[in-house]
Ligand binder design. Structure first.
Ligand code: S3P
Length: 172
């Protein structure tokens, strides 16, 4: 029998607007873990919004910030970490992370987002391009996941499923 895996952190991945940040906050509270949100940490450090960073410094600069941020965060343990939708595409995530893919259909995501939430996301402005990006990214999300949750269900329902899975694992 193999030695059971012990994970340092829980990392939530998935497409823009799939609910990683709000789900992450609730999950962290329920599991008595710290919550960390990569986009918010970057915005606080750069003292501006993700939209502004994309506009003034460009996407490559933002991707470098993301890689640095997840590297620093995963040196610690015991957190639920929400990532931006592009992070698992452009950055590597420590192997000691339990990665949960919040898997919602593109149309479900669009329905859930308010206009304000859409406006915050530069890569979501053109719906056809965003849909194509969703199709391109989904396989990478799947490949990286330790656990995939069907996020087309109500949020409390799928949070429950994530929690049940995690409670069976060893997460420090
Ligand atoms: C991005 C997703 C955003 C944010 C940035 C780029 C992406 O985060 O990091 O706008 O490439 O998918 P959310 O997934 O929280 O919207």
């Amino acid at each position: 029998m193999g030695f059971p895996a012990v994970y340092d952190n829980i990392v939530l991945i998935g497409f823009m607007g799939s609910g990683k940040s709000s789900v992450g906050k609730m999950l962290a509270r329920q599991l008595f873990k710290e919550f960390a949100d990569v986009d918010s940490i970057i915005e606080a450090k750069e003292n501006t919004t993700v939209t502004e960073i994309f506009k003034t410094k460009g996407e490559a600069y933002f991707r470098a910030l993301e890689q640095h941020c997840i590297d620093v965060l995963t040196q610690k343990k015991g957190q639920v970490i929400a990532t931006g939708g592009g992070l698992p595409i452009y950055s590597s995530i420590s192997e000691k992370s339990l990665i949960v893919f919040i898997n919602a259909d593109f149309d479900v995501i669009l329905q859930r987002l308010t206009k304000r939430e859409r406006d915050k996301r530069p890569l979501l402005q053109d719906e056809a391009r965003a849909r194509a990006m969703f199709e391109q990214r989904i396989n990478t999300y799947r490949q990286q996941a330790t656990f995939i949750v069907d996020a087309n269900q109500s949020i409390p329902t799928f949070i429950h499923m994530i929690r049940d899975f995690i409670l069976d694992q060893r997460v420090l």
